[in-house]
Design a binder for this molecule. Structure first.
Ligand code: ACO
Ligand code: OAA
Length: 372
C-alpha cells in the first residue's frame, strides 16, 4: 500500500462545516452565509456570536435576551480571581487565560462524563459562561501586570465598551470601541484553523467543552497561529522607524526568519479580513495621530510584497491596532481568545452533532522489527 503523506494536513478536507466558508479564490469569508465585511460594518460582536452559535442573526428580542445573559455573567468569582492572583507575572497571559478556563470548567458540576449532542443546550450555556467571563480574565490580567486593582464590569455597557472599561478603567472614544468590536468580529471564526481543529479533536473523544477550549487556547498561543499578533508588534519594535523596514526585512530573510503577520495556509493572495481591519487601524492611527506607525506598516508590507510576494494576514493590522488602544503586547493573543471562543464553541457543538473520533494514520519509518 502506498501512503501519501500530506504534511500539516495541507489541502486535506477532513470534515464538513456549516459555520463559515473560507474561499481563497474569491478572497471571501462567510459566517453562516454572511460576508464578514458586512457583519463588521452592520453588526455588533454580540450579534455575530449569536449568529455563529444559532445559525441566524438574532431578532431584537433574541438579542436583548442574549445581551442580558452575557451581562449577567461577566463577574469573576473569588476562586478564579485567587487562582489568577497566585500565578506569577512571568506566566504568559495565554497561560493565565488557559488556566482560568480550566478552573471555570472544574467548577462546573453539570458536565457529563460523556459529551453528546443531547447536551447542546447545556453546552451553549457553558459557551456563554466562557464568552462572558473571558474579558474580565484578560482585563484583570492586564491590570495586575500594571499593579492595578480589578475593575468590576458595568452591565450598562455593550461587550466591547465594557471590555475596554474593565481594562483601562474608562470607556474610550467611540472610534476606539468600534475598532475593537470590528477586530472581535473578524477574529471570531475561520473554519478548520489549527486551534479550532484542536477543539474538534478533543471533542471527538467525547471530552467536555472546557477541555476542548483549553486545548484550543494552547494551539492558538503559537506564533504560527494566534501568537502572531503579538509577534508582529515585536517586529515593529525591532524595526523602530519606517526607514529601516527594508534593511530589517532583507536581514531577516537572509537569516531565514518567518516574518510574523505575513502568509497564510489557505489564502495565498491576501487575507479576506485584512482590508476591513486595516480600515479600523487607519481610524486609530488618525485618532492617536500616529502617522509613523502607518508608514512603517506600509513600508514593511510593500517590501515583503516586492521580495516574496507574500501578503499580510489578519494579525498584521490587529497587532498595531491593539497596541494603539493601549494593550501590552503580550495581551494581544488573549484578545484573540476572547473572540475565537465563539467559533471554537460553535465547532464543538457541530462536532458533537455528527461525531467521529478523529484519529489519522501515520507512516512508520522507525527500525524494522528487532528483538531484545
Ligand atoms: C490568524 C492567523 O493565525 S493567520 C497566521 C498567523 N501566522 C503568522 O503570521 C506567522 C508567519 N507566517 C507563517 O509562518 C506561514 O505563512 C504560515 C504558517 C501562516 C502558513 O504556512 P504554510 O501554509 O505552511 O506555508 P509555507 O510555510 O509552506 O510557506 C510557503 C513558502 O512561503 C514562505 N513563507 C510563508 N510565510 C512566510 C513568512 N511569514 N515569512 C517568510 N516566508 C514565508 C515559506 O518559507 C515557504 O518558502 P519556501 O517554499 O521557499 O520554503
Ligand atoms: O485559518 C487559519 O489557518 C488561521 C487563521 O487565519 C485564523 O484562524 O483566523
Amino acid at each position: 500500500m502506498t501512503e501519501e503523506i500530506r504534511k500539516g494536513l495541507a489541502g486535506v478536507v477532513v470534515d464538513a462545516t456549516a459555520i463559515s466558508k473560507v474561499n481563497p479564490e474569491t478572497n471571501s469569508l462567510l459566517y453562516r452565509g454572511y460576508p464578514v465585511q458586512e457583519l463588521a460594518e452592520k453588526c455588533t460582536f454580540e450579534e455575530v456570536a449569536y449568529l455563529l452559535w444559532h445559525g441566524e442573526l438574532p431578532s431584537p428580542a433574541q438579542l436583548e435576551e442574549f445581551q442580558e445573559l452575557e451581562r449577567s455573567q461577566r463577574h469573576l468569582d473569588n476562586t478564579v480571581k485567587r487562582v489568577i492572583d497566585e500565578l506569577p507575572l512571568t506566566a504568559h497571559p495565554m497561560d493565565v487565560v488557559r488556566t482560568a478556563i480550566s478552573v471555570i470548567g472544574a467548577q462546573d458540576d453539570t458536565v457529563p462524563a460523556l459529551a453528546s449532542s443531547a447536551d447542546a443546550e447545556a453546552n451553549l450555556r457553558r459557551a456563554m459562561s466562557m464568552f462572558a467571563r473571558i474579558p474580565a480574565i484578560v482585563a484583570y490580567d492586564q491590570r495586575r501586570r500594571r499593579g492595578l486593582e480589578l475593575v468590576e464590569p458595568r452591565d450598562d455597557l455593550a461587550y466591547s465598551a465594557n471590555f475596554l472599561y474593565m481594562t483601562f478603567g474608562e470607556v474610550p472614544e467611540l472610534v476606539v470601541v468600534n475598532a475593537f468590536d470590528v477586530s472581535m468580529i473578524l477574529y471570531a471564526e475561520h473554519s478548520f484553523n489549527a486551534s479550532t481543529f484542536t477543539a474538534r479533536v478533543v471533542t471527538s473523544t467525547l471530552s467536555d467543552i472546557y477541555s476542548a477550549v483549553v486545548g484550543a487556547i494552547g494551539a492558538l498561543k503559537g506564533p504560527l497561529h494566534g501568537g502572531a499578533n503579538e509577534a508582529v508588534m515585536h517586529v515593529f519594535d525591532e524595526i523602530e522607524i519606517a526607514e529601516r523596514a527594508e534593511a530589517w526585512l532583507d536581514q531577516a530573510l537572509v537569516e531565514k526568519r518567518k516574518i510574523m503577520g505575513f502568509g497564510h495556509r489557505v489564502y495565498k493572495s491576501g487575507d479576506s479580513r485584512v482590508p476591513t481591519m486595516k480600515k479600523a487601524l487607519d481610524t486609530l492611527i488618525e485618532h492617536y495621530d500616529r502617522p509613523d506607525m502607518a508608514e512603517l506598516y506600509d513600508r514593511l508590507e510593500a517590501a515583503m510584497d516586492a521580495r516574496k510576494a507574500i501578503k499580510p494576514n489578519l494579525d498584521y493590522p490587529s497587532g498595531p491596532a491593539y497596541s494603539l488602544m493601549g494593550f501590552d503586547t503580550e495581551l494581544f493573543t488573549p484578545l484573540f481568545v476572547a473572540s475565537r471562543v465563539t467559533g471554537w464553541t460553535a465547532h464543538i457543538l457541530e462536532q458533537l452533532e455528527a461525531n467521529a473520533l478523529i484519529r489519522p494514520l501515520s507512516l512508520y519509518v522507525g527500525p524494522d522489527e528487532r528483538h531484545v
